[in-house]
Ligand binder design. Structure first.
Ligand code: UD1
Length: 368
């Protein structure tokens, strides 16, 4: 049997790595990787292949950036050619990026079965491109692999037949557990002259937060205020970097905000693991902080990953700077009351994932 797994953007790579390893154990399965090239910078792509020990992709579409239409159309044109010549038995797509939906659409035209890993997540916010990508991909998929209970409920409500839905856990957590020993060897803390627990880690890249000058200016103003209390490390996504430059906001960032390029997986996860607090608008980081039991404040009005709020460490702050600020101050004062800096509360309170008193979601056990 021949299977093609699709990756396109940064959050896809750590989801396909455990699949790649698993398929290597089956000699009768030919598992090929197609990289659309949605993300193409070395720091958004190549470093992940190296660190996650992924092979060179079997197919590279080199699509790059553009408008949604350009990106989607480019991926579809490229993937169509591959499906025409390869005729795989299954296409696997992961997550919710443009590459996920574009390749699903083409596979469906060729009547090739589609497996969607990380199916069923819903923010119910159709202004997010990812929500549209999730809805369409799940409508097309034949096998829907779900990472948290809300996903099962959402798919059932949308009328997806039960026999297509598989609650398997979270491949991103499989990666996190697998690479923990390598994450421990990262030297990023020394490089940035930071101690465990003494900094807040920030990531921002959602178009709704960074694409408009006023919103971005307010968020950077907020970082200035927070940085007067605690050191901030801010690895900047290319979209955000471009917008900061376009809106001439560089000078607003104070010296005690440590700005870095986008980081590789191992360095970034070490920073998450030792942060006092993470402030983010990412999807996956809400899950990684929940698993590592690091407090997370999400700068969004909604989340497609409600389990991270219900039993995890995630809090939704919305996008109003005053509200975010209040939540940050609250979290920091709880932390200093509750534990010593440099002593992250991690695995000690973790029971079997999903058990009554565990704060780790069900099946997030490294074996999705
Ligand atoms: C994409 C995903 C988003 C995911 C994010 C993680 C979609 C709709 N969005 O958003 O869900 O959370 O990836 O990073 O698929 N750029 C570079 N170098 C790169 C890639 C991008 O400079 O290697 C710049 C370009 O200016 C580009 C911009 O970043 O226009 C945005 O890239 P794009 O792929 O459109 O979306 P992301 O914002 O990265």
């Amino acid at each position: 049997k021949k299977i093609i797994s699709v990756v396109g953007a940064r959050p896809n790579f750590m989801k396909v790595a455990p699949l790649f390893r698993a398929f290597q154990q089956y000699r009768d399965i030919q598992h090929l990787i197609c990289h659309t090239g949605q993300h193409y910078d070395d720091r958004m792509s190549r470093i992940f292949f190296e660190e996650l020990e992924l092979p060179r992709p079997d197919f590279y579409l080199g699509v790059g950036s553009g408008t949604h239409a350009e990106q989607l159309a480019g991926i579809m044109l490229g993937f169509e050619k591959i499906l025409q010549s390869e005729r795989p038995d299954l296409v696997i797509v992961v997550g919710d990026v443009n590459s996920t939906v574009a390749c699903s659409l083409i596979a469906s035209r060729f009547l090739i079965p589609i497996a969607h890993v990380e199916a069923g997540l819903r923010s119910f916010d159709r202004t997010m491109p990812e929500e549209i990508n999730r809805l369409l991909t799940d409508a097309l998929a034949d096998y829907l692999f779900v990472s948290e209970p809300s996903g099962i409920r959402n798919l059932q409500k949308e009328g997806i037949p039960q026999e297509k839905i598989f609650f398997v856990g979270n491949v991103m957590i499989d990666s996190l557990l697998y690479y923990l020993p390598k994450i421990a060897q990262s030297e990023i803390l020394q490089t940035l002259h930071c101690q465990p627990g003494e900094y807040i880690l920030v990531t921002l890249h959602r178009p709704s937060n960074v694409d408009h000058r006023e919103e971005l200016k307010e968020l950077i103003g907020l970082l200035r205020e927070i940085a007067s209390l605690k050191k901030i490390i801010f690895p900047v996504h290319p979209r955000t970097r471009n917008k900061i430059h376009e809106f001439s906001l560089e000078d607003m960032l104070p010296a005690n905000v440590i700005i870095t390029e986008p980081l590789g997986y191992l360095d970034f996860m070490q920073l998450v693991q030792h942060a006092a607090l993470v402030i983010t608008d990412s999807g996956g980081i809400q899950e990684e902080t929940t698993f590592l039991q690091i407090p997370c404040i999400t700068v969004r009005n909604n989340t497609e990953r409600p389990v991270t709020v219900e039993i995890g460490t995630n809090r939704l702050a919305g996008t109003d700077p005053a509200q975010i600020k209040q939540m940050v101050f609250e979290t920091l004062s709880n932390l200093s009351a509750g534990r010593q800096e440099g002593q992250p509360i991690r695995q000690e309170s973790v029971k079997t994932p999903g058990s009554k008193d565990s704060r780790i979601p069900e099946l997030w056990d490294g074996h999705a």
